[in-house]
Design a binder for this molecule. Sequence first.
Ligand SMILES: Cc1ncc(COP(=O)(O)O)c(C=O)c1O
Length: 400
Amino acid sequence: MTRETLPHFLHASGRTFGKEEEQLVLEALRSGCLSKTGGSLVKRLEREFAAMLDLPFAVACSSGTAAVHLCISALHLEPGDEIIVPPITDIGTILPILWQNAVPVFADVEPLTMTLDPKDVSRKITSKTRAIIAVHLAGQMCEMESLRKIADERKVALIEDCSQAYWAEYKGKLAGTIGDMACFSLQQSKHVTCGEGGLLVTRNQEFAQTAGLFADKAWPRDINSLGSGRFLFLAQNYRMSELQGAVALAQIRKVEKIVARRRHSADSLSCLLTNLTAVSAPHIPAHTKHSYWLYMLHVTQPENGTHTQKIGDALAEQGVPAWVRYIADPLYLSPLFTQPATYGTSGYPFREYGAQKFERGLCPQAEAALDSVIAIHWNENLNSDHVKDIAAAIQLAAKQ
Ligand SMILES: Cc1ncc(COP(=O)(O)O)c(C=O)c1O
């Protein structure tokens, strides 16, 4: 098997662009207006995406990282406020916290799903905690009932980061519908994409209004015509363009089918792996439905990661694209935190407000979990032959 034979998210083979995207891009071009301010496509995207999740509000923006920032902007944080995050995620979950002069506080993850461990979240809450960001990793939802309960009892916001988990489910509820706000990424590798882009959804009108303003320089356009120069608060330009909106609109209309196809092929692979002992299929709690951004293969005896690396190397040799460990280390071991490399040499906000020491041992379950995982890139265009090839490659690799 060669890498070219498997559909990949960086090629047309692994994406679902077609006539629908072409038509809407043409519509945008022919309208003569490529900015959301004068156009209709980004606004349609917002309306349709919110309706698909049965929520009243959505705000589109320029990236998933921007969408996290929009959620955080709606909380009107004070410098030094804390937000609880998992250490296994994309750094885009965390960067906006620092840009708001707030402090990310890492809570450990559950060993098998690598999503936030509610018990550790409870331990990490302080009087300064303002929110918990529940990252649904690889398509697996967090233990949302417990997190919702903690957030309500402690009166902090619950933000769902659904960038990797379009249409995943928890007890019949879609990802993005349980938190106070949720964000999605439309970056190239995601279930649906417009190259770069993001979406926030919420049922809270005030959050939606603040986020909408934050994405647009806090410029109240309804009452404030061009040049009148009344800007309401410190904000960003995170606007999505009409070209991105056109592609994203066509893409979100396909999301349900894309997730169904990913689920079907991933389930087939899991069936083909049942008699292996060296590796096992992703752990999926019975009350959740995975949406398979990645297929998290678990190595039974990781030997501090060395065995995992060998199996990963053997998979790579056979052309199966995968990230051994998903990310090299928990994010708190990045120089951003360990130096810290933030605002010049100030160490702000950690030196002023931080309580955690960013060193090995901070989240032991996360550290151990990464040793045992190989994140196979999953794709809606994998057919049954591809799945059989991947299973055969795993069987061979598992003999390492
Ligand atoms: C969980 C998670 N959050 C946030 C982001 C940031 O999204 P973007 O890359 O679109 O800024 C990503 C992207 O990979 C992600 O996977």
